[in-house]
Design a protein around this ligand. Structure first.
Ligand code: IPE
Ligand code: IPE
Ligand code: MG
Length: 240
């Protein structure tokens, strides 16, 4: 199989360690992380990836020291405004995924402006998970169905989840050497392939993205079937 992943999701981890190794404050690592994300968005678009979903701030990250949290909020608000021209030039539609309650008016205004400005771009969808948790997502979807009096099925729940506008990720990448999900796309990664990179997020570059994609292309995605069934499917060109 040498298909491009349609949707890549990334846990951008390792900013703090990147900074500490250089005797810099952690926020310097987050700033460098924004540059790395810009590079990654361009590279993914150029490879033909259609959806990129990145984990920028988790529900649990509020527990960090107050100065780091406020530094991240400031950086986020600054970056979303500053990056709009580049997103427009590259045809990127940005969507913010996560709980909006609890975000400052400045951050909310930035989110709304960036979503509005890029809404009709079609080359790549960039989902930025901010104040996001996989458990939050499942609970908010279930609560929405309950409020509507809708039946709970896999289809109705999927449709109420915050990433209902895109297919599930084909490939989930985590940088920074940890091999855990940290409450990222719990529902949507049910059949994703995983790639764990030892690179710290600020060091993640085109070459490492290529390695992640090449690794994905080596995998046989069986979705519960046997290898023989998958081979037969490939031979007759069907996908069911
Ligand atoms: C990921 O980098 C960015 C956020 C969680 C906001 P970290 O800040 O977790 O970096 P490490 O894991 O401490 O190196
Ligand atoms: C996951 O990284 C969240 C983001 C990348 C935004 P963390 O650094 O917060 O994850 P843990 O706490 O080490 O699992
Ligand atoms: Mg971390």
């Amino acid at each position: 199989m040498s298909q491009m992943p349609h949707h890549i999701a990334i846990v951008m981890d390792g900013n703090g360690r990147w900074a500490s190794k250089r005797y810099l404050p952690r926020i310097a690592g987050h700033k460098q992380g924004v540059d790395s994300l810009r590079r990654c968005v361009r590279a993914a678009g150029q490879c033909g990836v259609k959806v990129l979903t990145v984990f920028a701030f988790s529900s649990e990250n509020w527990s960090r020291p107050a100065d780091e949290v406020s530094g991240l909020m400031d950086l986020f608000a600054l970056a979303i405004g500053r990056e709009i021209p580049q997103l427009m030039a590259d045809g990127v539609r940005i969507c913010f995924v996560g709980e909006r309650a609890g975000l400052s008016p400045r951050v909310l205004a930035g989110i709304e402006a960036a979503e509005r400005a890029t809404a009709s771009n079609t080359k790549l969808i960039l989902n930025v998970c901010f104040n996001y948790g996989g458990r939050w997502d499942i609970v908010q979807a279930a609560a929405r169905l309950a409020a509507q009096g809708s039946a709970v099925t896999e289809q109705t729940l999927s449709a109420a989840m915050s990433l209902a506008h895109v297919p599930d990720p084909d490939l989930v990448v985590r940088t920074g050497g940890e091999q855990r999900i940290s409450n990222f796309l719990l529902w949507q990664s049910a059949y994703s392939e995983f790639y764990f990179s030892d690179k710290l997020w600020p060091e993640f570059d085109e070459a490492e993205l290529d390695r992640a994609i090449a690794s994905f292309q080596q995998r046989e995605r069986r979705f519960g079937k046997t290898s023989g069934q998958i081979a037969a499917q490939a031979a007759d060109g069907s996908s069911s």
